[in-house]
Design a binder for this molecule. Structure first.
Ligand code: PMV
Length: 310
């Protein structure tokens, strides 16, 4: 073809970040209010990238975007196509490094757009393998939760090396997301917990185990439609994540603001130390108020939406 498009949403971790690294369960969902669109067009020669992060030839892409290069090159190799004659445009509303799954989403959109361009169907396994490659650049050792969540139309129960299962919702949940505006460092946060395991094995293990129990409770809350219980779970998870050292003052401030404004619960989402805060509101009207209040309190950007059975 002359032109093709690929698309992906972002993702949110509801609960279970960090403890998921230690084989506790996590719950994640697609976040359709942020998205990436990749557009592939025929070009005279070479491959050029046109994005808000970088514009120019693919062989000149800065180090931190190498995952994108790997993803494009490996996908073309997989499709038996030469690495030339393409202009690839990325349109994204997912802020980078905020725990919203930007790197997985970019890779998903790229792989889909290239398969579409060459008129090929992509299987889930092919998508997983090619996205995993790109994610390895961004994350080191990605659990795969980002890509699974982004492509699912239901919230997912996720366990490392065990795969996922969809969670049925027993009611509607009103979620608010607030961006601290600061890029988090998931790598460093994961490493700091690993170090804490060495210096304080017992307290660290206890926190990880508690996060696992909290995730179980959150799963029950989702399937029974119990917003109060989900809110409590989010608050308990934030306490553990803070004691593990992956929250920070900016996050804590937004969490406190959310609770003062009537949120049933609030916590960081994703790697922490920057990134985003997730809050649960009582109803849709409260969610809108919370989003505004969090913006007044310094959040760069806020979103709100209702999570319900579709
Ligand atoms: O990519 P992020 O920032 O949403 O973090 C991923 C979640 C962690 O549990 C912190 C890391 C991981 O590999 O699961």
């Amino acid at each position: 073809g002359e032109k093709a498009v690929g698309h992906s949403t972002g993702k949110l971790i509801l609960v279970g970040e960090h403890s998921v690294v230690y084989h506790q369960p996590a719950i994640a969902l697609s976040f359709p209010l942020v998205e990436v669109k990749a557009i592939v067009e025929k070009a005279p020669d070479g491959i050029s990238l046109d994005s808000s992060y970088y514009v120019g030839p693919l062989n000149n892409v800065p180090e931190k975007l190498q995952g994108i290069v790997a993803c494009i090159e490996e996908t073309l190799k997989h499709l038996n196509q030469p690495a030339t004659g393409l202009r690839i445009k990325l349109d994204s509303t997912i802020p980078l490094g905020r725990g919203l799954g930007s790197s997985a989403a970019i890779a998903i959109a790229l792989v889909k757009s290239l398969f579409n361009y060459f008129l090929r169907q992509v299987s889930k396994q092919e998508l997983m393998d090619l996205v995993h490659l790109a994610e390895t650049y961004a994350h080191g050792n990605p659990s795969g939760i980002d890509m699974e969540a982004a492509i699912s139309d239901q919230p997912l129960w996720f366990e490392k090396d065990k795969g996922t299962k969809p969670l049925e919702l027993g009611g509607a949940f009103h979620l608010v997301v607030a961006d601290t505006g600061r890029i988090g460092d998931t790598h460093a946060a994961v490493a700091s917990i690993k170090a804490k395991f060495k210096s304080q094995p017992q307290v660290t293990q206890t926190s990880i185990n508690r996060l696992g129990e909290i995730t179980l409770k959150a799963g029950q809350a989702l399937s029974s439609g119990d917003s109060e219980l989900l809110g409590e779970s989010l608050n308990s998870a934030q306490m553990e994540l803070d004691s593990l050292g992956v929250s920070d003052q900016g996050i804590n401030q937004l969490v406190e603001t959310a609770r003062k404004l009537g949120a049933l619960g609030a916590k960081l989402t994703g790697g922490g130390r920057g990134g985003c805060v997730l809050a649960l509101a009582k109803n849709g009207a409260d969610a809108a108020l919370l989003a505004n209040g969090l913006k007044d309190a310094g959040a760069h950007q806020t979103w709100f939406f209702t999570l319900e059975k579709n």
